[in-house]
Structures are given as structure tokens and as C-alpha cells.
Design a protein around this ligand. Structure first.
Ligand SMILES: *[C@@H]1O[C@H](CO)[C@@H](O)[C@H](O)[C@H]1NC(C)=O
Ligand SMILES: *[C@@H]1O[C@H](CO)[C@@H](O)[C@H](O)[C@H]1NC(C)=O
Ligand SMILES: *[C@@H]1O[C@H](CO)[C@@H](O)[C@H](O)[C@H]1NC(C)=O
Ligand SMILES: *[C@@H]1O[C@H](CO)[C@@H](O)[C@H](O)[C@H]1NC(C)=O
Ligand SMILES: *[C@@H]1O[C@H](CO)[C@@H](O)[C@H](O)[C@H]1NC(C)=O
Length: 428
């Protein structure tokens, strides 16, 4: 019996051709891994589906065994429904902190969607890779990996920038081997390295990074797409800085970066949000509140304290209200900030969230004529949803539990590892 089974097997291999047998098996394995999806809340997987959702938000489990992206539908009222978790085929990691807690990567932008590119990218900090997915425009929670995860060419990748047309992705590595590296997005094979974009930061770090002080924070493109900017926190009393590379027309980067210091008082530049039309950036500053970096000849940079803050680290901008929304992990508070025409920053209003929930990554989606703020609160394993009805008029409309639906779907969640928040909205 045994012998004939071997013969049958051999015959099968010979009939398909010995050379083809292994690749066939590999292809089917890749296919199976590519489709590792855990549906949530009774949703059904359907590769040709459309949904009534207006968009989706995405964040990561950042699990050291296997990183999953969790996608939640955005309804017409701005409220969320968890839809699915999709493997990135990479691993998560947690920075070295004392005590251990949420904010595993000390970063903003670990997961990033592009409306123009219809793609979603994620870092895999524990396997030093980057994964890219296509987003189904008709059902934005439905994301499918394109190609294999690619090397970040450094250690502890923790933030991503995507250019405005969604054709180039750059990663910020924050470990012992740190710096940036960029890829073109190929809709068939995924990410392909762009020559002359692997650039070192030269910060003295470990893998995983030790922080939050002295760690890399965030990478973004400038509004005109001509600069790639990384933020680095200081190690008190030494202030941090922004590293600015020129982006050439072929996507390559200048050999060296320009080092830009915050205005006096600035210490720990964290997230960066473009101030529209100003050639300037608002950077949260965990040591103070926020910094305004003015890149125009006006030189109106400033460092603005937020009284009673603990660690203001994440930010986003609302087109509807014209204001910025900053989150503080320690006080679990959303602070609404206005930056006027002369780049003078001021605090509009504060919105306390659940004490101890550790509000971290946030993003804003415009649905119809309304803007909604989505805040990851990992210590409570929840997302806070606020409706931004006007300047100074943010209103809590939902607290979305992640833990219950994840457990029901067999998805393992460590609240201290949860990270990232990015949104995609259907066009039209
Ligand atoms: C998948 O979605 C399409 C379009 O919405 C629908 O016609 C089809 O019945 C769905 N299939 C399953 C198995 O749900
Ligand atoms: C996308 O933008 C880059 C520069 O940022 C440009 O080189 C490229 O041609 C653009 N691609 C498309 C399809 O518009
Ligand atoms: C790097 O940091 C470590 C730990 O703080 C320190 O011991 C070492 O001297 C630093 N190295 C350099 C070159 O600054
Ligand atoms: C900007 O202002 C600071 C003082 O606020 C000054 O030290 C610096 O030289 C100025 N830079 C330029 C380019 O004018
Ligand atoms: C997270 O929750 C733990 C346990 O309740 C608490 O000790 C810790 O202070 C919280 N961390 C933050 C940043 O809120």
C-alpha cells in the first residue's frame, strides 16, 4: 500500500513536470497566506462585494507573532462597525519602555491609506518589513495584499509616508539601523525599491527602540511633495529635530538631510501635520504641547505649551473646522488647536476622554459635509468617535469596543501593542 501511494504521488509530480511541482505548491501556500482574514461582527468575505459603508478606518494589532490590520466600516453617520482583520504576513514589536505600556512604536503613521492610490500600507516592526494592500473602492474594509512584504532596509520600521498621488511609499526605521527608504507602488507586484532613497539618520538607538525620549517619531511628505520630513524626539535636556530630505523628480532623495531645530522651548517633536497653504508644519511636542515649524522665509516658528499636558503626541487636521486635533496619552484628552494666518497657535477647547484609556493615534475623515475624528484608545481597547460639528464643537458620538468582537473572531489582541489610525473615504 505504502509503495503504491509513493508511486501515485510520483506519477502526479511527473505528470505536472518535476520542475513545476514546487512552485505550484508555493503559489498555493502564498495564496492561502495572502487570504488570511478573520471576519468580525458576522460580516461575510466577498471578493466582488460592494457595501453601504462610506469609508473605512484601519489600525494594527502589531502582534509579535503575526501582525493583523483591523478594518472598520464608516457609516453615513460617521459611526464605526468592525469588519475584518487581515494578516500583513509580518510581525509586530514593542519598543523598550519602563514601565511597559501602550504606544508600542513611539510613532504616528505606522498604518497609512492613500485615497488617490487606493492602497493601504503598514510597517511590520518585528520583521523589518513593509506590506501594501489594495483597497476595494466599493467596499473599503476589503483589503488585499499586493505581492510579498518587502524589507524596510533598516530595523524597527515604525512610520510611513505616501506621496499625494499614491505612487511612492517611504518608511522610517527607528531601531539600531535607522533612517528612511522609499518604494514605488506597482499594482501587480507591490512595493519596489526606488534607487537612492536609502538614507541614514544616524541616531543612537537600539532594536527594538528604547524610548520614548530619543526615538524617531513620524515621516511625511511636505505639502508640495518636494521634501520628505522625519521627526526625532530629543533626549532631555537636548531638543529633538526634523530631518528634511529633498525629493528629486525621479523620487530619489538628497544624499544628506537638513537638520531643523524647534523654536526655543521645543523638546520632543512627535507627529507632524501639514498646515495647509503655509509651507509650515504643526508638530506635537510630548515635552510641551506643540511646535510650529515655519519653512517659509517668514521664520515664524514657535513652541506653544498646553497647560496640564502629560504627553501630547498625535495630531490631525479638519478641513471643516480648520483646526487641529491633538491627543495626549497621559491625560487621555483631545485638544483642539487653531493656527492663524500668521502661524500663531492657540488652544480652542479640550475634550477629556475616558481616564487611563491612553488616547494615541488619530485621524479625521470627511463624510458628506461632516468631519469625524477617530481616536485609538488602546488601554481601554476602544476607539473614540467624535463628530466635529464646528470650531470648538466636537461631540462624542460613539465608543467602539475592539476587545469583544476580536475575541469572538479568534483574533489575539494585546492592548499595549495596538497602534495606528488611518482612514479611506469612497469618492463621490
Ligand atoms: C457577493 O457580492 C455580490 C455583489 O454584492 C453578490 O451578488 C453576491 O451574492 C455575494 N456573494 C456572496 C457569497 O455573498
Ligand atoms: C505622482 O507624483 C510624482 C511626483 O510626486 C510624479 O513623478 C509622478 O509622475 C506622479 N504620477 C502620476 C500617475 O501622476
Ligand atoms: C549610545 O547610547 C548608549 C546608551 O545610552 C550610550 O551608552 C552610548 O555611549 C551612546 N553612544 C554614542 C556614540 O553616543
Ligand atoms: C529665525 O529666528 C530665530 C530666532 O527666533 C533666529 O535665531 C534665526 O536665525 C532665524 N532664521 C532665519 C533664517 O531668519
Ligand atoms: C493603562 O492601564 C494600566 C492598568 O489599568 C494603568 O496602570 C496605566 O497607567 C494605563 N496607562 C496609561 C498611559 O493610561
Amino acid at each position: 500500500m505504502k509503495v503504491s501511494a509513493v508511486f501515485v504521488c510520483l506519477a502526479a509530480i511527473l505528470s505536472t513536470g518535476v520542475a513545476d511541482a514546487a512552485p505550484l505548491r508555493q503559489r498555493s501556500l502564498v495564496y492561502a497566506r495572502n487570504n488570511k482574514v478573520k471576519m468580525m461582527n458576522g460580516q461575510k468575505a466577498n471578493s466582488s462585494s460592494s457595501s453601504s459603508a462610506k469609508g473605512a478606518v484601519y489600525f494594527m494589532t502589531n502582534d509579535p507573532k503575526e501582525n493583523f490590520i483591523i478594518a472598520a466600516d464608516i457609516g453615513s453617520d460617521g459611526k464605526l462597525t468592525l469588519n475584518r482583520a487581515v494578516s500583513s504576513r509580518g510581525r509586530g514589536s514593542h519598543g523598550q519602555t519602563s514601565p511597559n505600556g501602550p504606544d508600542a512604536l513611539f510613532s504616528q503613521g505606522s498604518v497609512k491609506a492613500s485615497a488617490n492610490g487606493k492602497i493601504l500600507a503598514t510597517v511590520n516592526p518585528g520583521s523589518n518589513t513593509v506590506s501594501v494592500y489594495s483597497i476595494n473602492e466599493n467596499n473599503p474594509s476589503e483589503i488585499s495584499l499586493i505581492g510579498d512584504p518587502v524589507s524596510s532596509e533598516g530595523e524597527f520600521p515604525m512610520s510611513l509616508a505616501i506621496n499625494s498621488n499614491g505612487t511612492q511609499v517611504c518608511v522610517l526605521n527607528g531601531g539600531t539601523v535607522n533612517g528612511v527608504n522609499c518604494y514605488k507602488v506597482d499594482k501587480d507586484v507591490g512595493l519596489t525599491a526606488v534607487p537612492n532613497t536609502l538614507r541614514s539618520l544616524g541616531i543612537n538607538q537600539t532594536t527594538p527602540a528604547t524610548g520614548p525620549a530619543g526615538t524617531a517619531s513620524h515621516v511625511i511628505f511636505s505639502e508640495d511633495g518636494k521634501s520628505l520630513i522625519a521627526s526625532i524626539k530629543g533626549t532631555p535636556p537636548t531638543p529633538g529635530f526634523l530631518a528634511v530630505w529633498d525629493v528629486n523628480s525621479d523620487g530619489s532623495l538628497s544624499q544628506d538631510f537638513k537638520k531643523v531645530a524647534p523654536a526655543s522651548g521645543g523638546l520632543l517633536p512627535f507627529s507632524m501635520t501639514v498646515i495647509p497653504g503655509k509651507n509650515a508644519i504643526l508638530a506635537t511636542d510630548a515635552g510641551l504641547g506643540f511646535d510650529v515649524f515655519d519653512f517659509s522665509s517668514g521664520n515664524k516658528s514657535s513652541a506653544v505649551p498646553i497647560q496640564g499636558q502629560s504627553a501630547t503626541c498625535w495630531s490631525s487636521f479638519s478641513k471643516k473646522t480648520g483646526n487641529f486635533y491633538l491627543t495626549d496619552i497621559g491625560t487621555a484628552t483631545v485638544t483642539e488647536v487653531n493656527v492663524d494666518d500668521n502661524l500663531k497657535g492657540s488652544i480652542v477647547k479640550q475634550y477629556p476622554q475616558k481616564a487611563g484609556s491612553a488616547t494615541i493615534d488619530n485621524d479625521i475623515a470627511s463624510i458628506g459635509n461632516n468631519d469625524f475624528l477617530y481616536v485609538l484608545a488602546p488601554n481601554a481597547t476602544q476607539i473614540d468617535v467624535l463628530s466635529l460639528d464646528g470650531a470648538g464643537q466636537a461631540k462624542s458620538i460613539q465608543t467602539l469596543d475592539i476587545a469583544g468582537p476580536a475575541k469572538a473572531a479568534g483574533l489575539s489582541i494585546d492592548p499595549f501593542n495596538l497602534q495606528g489610525m488611518t482612514s479611506f473615504v469612497k469618492s463621490g
